[in-house]
Design a protein around this ligand. Structure first.
Ligand SMILES: NC(=O)c1ccc[n+]([C@@H]2O[C@H](COP(=O)([O-])OP(=O)(O)OC[C@H]3O[C@@H](n4cnc5c(N)ncnc54)[C@H](O)[C@@H]3O)[C@@H](O)[C@H]2O)c1
Length: 275
């Protein structure tokens, strides 16, 4: 790909010669991640439940001069992971980065959620990352410098109206820390990012007024762009983060720092005594 990015600024090539696998890479944050890894020189394994979406993103990367392998992968299915890793080994002979990005949300509280819906959410958002770590660990360890980034959420740092989503993201933070300790001796770093609202199709699918309300709750007053979150993920996956493992970075425009105090101040500022 070009050595210059937007505005003609030079693009770093931190992943030249490396291979990165991104799950849920057919849309939103995953698509942005796949493109940024490719821009920085990685061969990208573009995986998604939606085969056509993965192929589209891979075609965009290839058209820009990058290397991309689109693969159909439901992260909740173990045989799919086995097949994907076999294919990566066959085509590239190595894997350096795994980003467990695939995720779903149902926006249901406990009373409205079904046991099957609860299980599916945990299967995709949490067990999917476990299966990914399990399937990729050997290949990631082969060169002694593998990196895993799990996409959690600020819903994994606080409560959220969707109980299964909240539980899955809290669980993903726990899994990340446990994995960081288990794999430290094999040279694999494992970290998590916790984004607040990101402007992606997942957010756009929310109820009317959802994005505006979420933006008002964020001290910066707006959602993140997928690119802003991708930059943090690339940092954690790169050698620049060589001493960072078991960490979580909130990419949240100040949401968690502001907490209740920020929300109270916002509500007070909006309150007017009736005259
Ligand atoms: N959008 C937000 O506001 C926000 C905030 C915090 C965290 N996140 C997290 O970021 C990640 C990406 O979200 P997004 O906003 O880009 O969503 P998105 O809906 O735009 O994209 C998600 C992608 O994951 C794929 N996917 C869904 N289930 C899958 C499965 N079982 N196996 C493989 N792929 C599957 C979808 O096909 C889709 O391409 C998710 O983990 C989400 O929880 C999103």
């Amino acid at each position: 790909m070009d050595a210059t990015g937007a505005g003609g600024a030079p693009v770093a090539r931190r992943f030249a010669g490396r291979v990165a696998l991104v799950t849920g890479a057919g849309s939103g944050l995953g698509a942005a991640l796949a493109q940024r890894f490719a821009e920085e020189g990685a061969a990208v394994v573009v995986t998604d439940l939606n085969r056509a979406a993965a192929e589209e993103v891979a075609a965009v990367i290839a058209a820009a001069g990058g290397v991309a392998l689109p693969l159909h992968l439901d992260v909740a299915e173990e045989p799919g992971w086995t097949a994907a890793v076999e294919r990566v080994e066959q085509v590239f002979g190595r894997l350096d980065v795994l980003v467990n990005n695939a995720g779903m949300i149902m926006r249901r509280g406990i009373a409205a959620q079904t046991p099957d819906g609860w299980r599916r959410m945990l299967d995709v958002n949490l067990t999917g990352a476990f299966l990914g770590l399990r399937a990729c660990a050997l290949l990631l360890a082969a060169r002694g410098c593998g990196a895993v980034v799990n996409i959690a959420s600020t819903a994994g740092l606080t409560a959220h109206g969707d109980a299964a989503y909240t539980a899955s993201k809290w669980g993903l933070r726990g899994l990340s820390r446990a994995a960081a300790l288990e794999f430290v001796g094999r040279g694999i770093r494992v970290n998590a990012v916790c984004p607040a609202t990101i402007d992606t199709p997942l957010t756009a699918a929310g109820p009317a007024g959802h994005l505006a309300a979420n933006s008002a709750a964020i001290p910066m007053g707006r959602p993140a762009s997928p690119g802003e979150v991708a930059e943090v993920v690339l940092f954690l996956a790169s050698d620049q983060a060589s001493f960072v493992t078991g960490a979580e970075i909130a990419v949240d425009g100040g949401l968690i720092a502001g907490g209740i105090a920020w929300m109270r101040a916002q509500l007070q500022a909006g309150y007017r005594e009736p005259v």
